[in-house]
Design a protein around this ligand. Structure first.
Ligand code: AHR
Length: 796
């Protein structure tokens, strides 16, 4: 465990039964019986990875160390037919490939005015132009017209909410600029403090004539300022100046890479020891329409020539943290790369456009070129390019995901085409599908399925054992995006504990779940595009949420295999409460008729006919086991999101995350039937089961046990989501020896609502205890609201 992040305490040699209760109310004892002779499934050694996407200024203004905002002046550009007005983005309409319909949805747009730049001084104007572009791929440049040579004028860049300058450190500047014949003045580069004082200055030496100058120099600030600015100052001249590109990087990037990553942010990511990195998204892969979809080739080559891409969260990314930079980062992390390619479909939570079928081959080629760049030899165009760049060795690409959050017939058709092309050339690559856990809809069986799971603590906690009974289909499961984020403030302790318990469920099902990555990873504190994010930062500081520590603890304490246990408080199937069944007839997009209710000895059944008149995000809900006010209970929701999903859920917790897939057409009458038994329910459409649900207890305390063969330690992970200390009797069977001394890593907080913040960044962080008093039988008091990992040398 990293000493910088974790305070290491050594607790006195107390027997576990004498652990101080520290004034917590002590709950009745609970037992955990561990049988070392009973080996469970292996735990995937590569389970914990990371997922990077451009959201919340995660890359530009975040991990990517560039300090200048809108360095290439391309940030206000929009794809043809898109309009940005008064904070709103109106994309060009395209039909959704599942519904055939056009959506009215509008998106965020922050870029009405010129991002990043302002002009300081009188007697000058500025204007974006495309005159004589230096790069046709990034054609926009800034024209500054100076009409009064007696006045100095500065083109000032604010950075991404300030620039972090450290006294005495080097900053590399690149400026691409040209001047008119008429302009005879000087140009100076300046680093400014927040209040405008010059902390570094150097003149730019320009060649004669009107051609572009491509200049590089170093600047060393004489004062530290976390919210600095940059200026190009023009003095003593009159005439036109055109600026195409201004880039400023700290020399001290992660591993010293040029065009590299912010040292502090990359380091906290590296500290998580991720086994893989999924990139580049997320919704950016599909784009709102295909016009703003991700194109990996636009992220290659000279950063000054990269055109950038609109991000549906309301800004433009430079593409600076591009495909090559991502692969290099994987090398630096010792992680495998997962490339998510566009599969000729736009994001289906955007407009869901599908490229015509006769153009799919070009998308497949684009994907194959990316694979060639990472893995190919001299016999491929893009493999040659990598080799020519001085990297003969392949990059550590291990996975390709075909699309992000795509579904439907068009997706299934396209997946097969991509799968076959990838496997024919690179059979060693694992191909990931967006299909859900409920079976494969393609002809080809994907190596891995990538369901995404966001929800409330209740939804997470009630799903921990769901994986135990899930049918194995031959495809592995990768939770490519998951986070307990429903109503959790900005990310609090109970959310982090729900994540920890969910991770336990994934580890316990190591034969099925082989990979997982929390989402989103990063958030610049000045924006919030997603409710809960893992790592927060400003220009000069980083704040780690309790969920970050859960990820780090889980990743550092992976067992080799699970060890079976009997836990007295384990999750059990329970009975639904007595209650009514109600078909919600208030959604105007649906018609419902012929409702028939039957109540038998052990089963309640409701049947109706249902027709969907139009596509609606909200489906038709059938509530059951509800209380008299219908505020508590369960539901099935059918026909939501283009009519494809069925989601059973708990009324006050949201979807249970168990989605069935059933494609409903408009204007067709369906026979819908809900059967509710005391411990099970199922939903049938036209006589066929489309989803089922089994209610489970949410005990609040979860125990997971495994064995680490490398260190010969028994690893006991306990998540206590309750506000009471959990005093547990732990018994280890079939062990020849259990050491007296071991380690306890504890993440805990006083309240479930506690959060780390920039004001109190260390409120919640793990503490490592050297602990005595372990043995074949011992007691341990697990703190209220805690995630505890015990590591005890034990032999069988
Ligand atoms: O992680 C935030 C978003 O959630 C991703 O962009 C998308 O894949 C998902 O819907």
């Amino acid at each position: 465990m990293d000493k910088c992040l974790v305070k290491i305490l050594t607790v006195a040699t107390l027997a576990m039964s004498e652990m101080p209760s520290e004034g917590w109310a002590v709950a009745p004892p609970t037992t955990l019986q561990i049988d070392m002779a009973k080996r469970g499934t292996s735990v995937s050694p590569g389970l914990h990875g990371i997922f990077f996407e451009e959201i919340n200024h995660a890359g530009d203004g975040g991990l990517y160390a560039e300090l200048i905002q809108n360095r290439s002046f391309e940030d206000s550009n929009l794809p043809e037919g898109y309009v940005g007005k008064k904070g709103k983005l109106y994309p060009k309409k395209t039909p959704n490939h599942v519904t055939g319909l056009y959506s009215d949805r509008v998106f965020r747009w922050y870029r009405d005015s010129l991002p990043g730049w302002s002009l300081d001084g009188e007697g000058a104007t500025m204007q974006l132009t495309r005159l004589k572009p230096k790069f046709t791929s990034a054609p926009t440049n800034m024209n500054v017209r100076i009409s009064d040579k007696r006045q100095a004028v500065s083109l000032v860049n604010s950075g991404y909410w300030g620039m972090n300058f450290k006294r005495g450190e080097e900053y590399s500047l690149r400026v691409i600029l040209r001047i008119s014949k008429q302009y005879k003045g000087k140009v100076k580069a300046r680093l400014l403090s927040q209040d405008g004082k010059v902390v570094a200055e150097k003149p730019l030496v320009l060649k004669k004539g009107e051609d572009w100058n491509d200049l590089q120099l170093n600047l060393v600030p004489m004062a530290t300022d976390g919210k600095g600015k940059f200026a190009l100052m023009f003095e003593g001249g009159k005439g036109d100046v055109w600026v195409d590109y201004v880039s400023l990087f700290p020399k001290n990037t992660f591993k010293g890479r040029a065009n590299g990553l912010r040292q502090d942010l990359a380091q906290v990511i590296a500290d998580m020891k991720p086994a893989f990195l999924r990139w580049p998204g997320g919704s950016i892969v599909g784009g709102i329409t295909l016009a703003d979809r991700f194109r990996w080739k636009n992220t290659m080559g000279d950063p000054a020539a990269r055109p950038g891409q609109l991000v549906r969260w309301g800004y433009t990314t430079t593409g600076g943290f591009g495909y090559k930079e991502m692969l290099e980062f994987c090398e630096d992390l010792g992680a495998k790369a997962m490339f998510v390619c566009n599969c000729s479909l736009a994001d289906q939570f955007g407009y869901g456009e599908a490229a015509p079928r006769d153009s799919i081959a070009s998308y497949v080629k684009e994907c194959m070129d990316a694979l060639d760049y990472a893995l190919g030899g001299n016999d491929t165009e893009w493999g040659r390019r990598r080799i020519a760049e001085g990297h003969p060795k392949p990059y550590p690409l291990g996975y390709v995901e075909v699309g992000n959050e795509n579904w439907g017939d068009e997706y299934d058709y396209r997946f097969d085409l991509f799968y076959r092309a990838i496997k024919a050339k690179y059979p060693e690559l694992k191909v990931v599908s967006n299909n859900s856990l409920w079976g494969n809809k393609h002809q080809e069986r994907p190596d891995i399925l990538d369901p995404h799971f966001y929800g409330s603590p209740k939804a997470f906690l009630s799903n921990i054992s769901m994986l135990d009974s899930l049918k194995r289909t031959g495809s592995e499961v990768y939770y490519g995006e998951y986070a307990c984020n429903g109503g959790r403030g900005e990310g609090n302790m109970i959310g982090a504990l729900a994540d920890a318990a969910f991770i336990g469920g994934m580890e316990r099902n190591g034969d099925l779940v082989t990979m997982a990555s929390y989402a989103p990873l990063l958030r610049n504190q000045n924006v919030r595009h997603w409710p809960v994010n893992l790592i927060h930062f400003t220009s000069d500081s980083v704040m780690l949420r309790s969920a970050y520590y859960v990820q780090k603890m889980a990743s550092e304490n992976i067992s080799t295999y699970n060890v079976k246990n009997v836990f007295s408080d384990s999750i059990r199937n329970i009975a639904y409460p007595e209650g009514g069944i109600i078909v919600d007839t208030t959604n105007p997009s649906f018609e419902v008729r012929d409702i028939v209710y039957q109540e038998g000895k052990s089963q309640k059944v409701i049947r109706c006919k249902m027709l969907r008149k139009e596509y609606s995000k909200k489906g038709l809900a059938i509530y059951f086991a509800t209380d008299s006010l219908h505020q508590k209970g369960y539901y099935y929701n059918i026909g939501s999101w283009n009519g494809v999903f069925v989601s059973p859920g708990i009324i006050d917790a949201g979807d249970d995350g168990i989605c069935g897939i059933y494609k409903m057409e408009n204007d067709i009458w369906y026979d819908v039937e809900l059967r509710v038994c005391p411990q099970h329910s199922e939903l049938l459409v036209d006589g066929k089961e489309v989803a089922s649900h089994t209610p489970r207890s949410i005990p609040g305390v979860y125990a997971f046990t495994g064995y680490d063969e490398r260190s010969q330690e028994l690893v006991i992970k306990v998540v206590n989501c309750s506000g009471k200390s959990k005093n547990m009797g732990i018994h280890i069977d079939h062990a020849t020896s259990v050491a007296d001394t071991g380690k306890a890593v504890v993440l805990s907080s006083e309240h479930d609502t506690d959060e780390n913040s920039f004001a109190s960044p260390d409120k919640i962080r793990p503490v490592v205890y050297e602990q005595k008093g372990f043995g074949k039988s011992f007691r341990y008091a697990f703190r209220p609201y805690s995630y505890t990992i015990l590591r005890i040398k034990s032999l069988r």
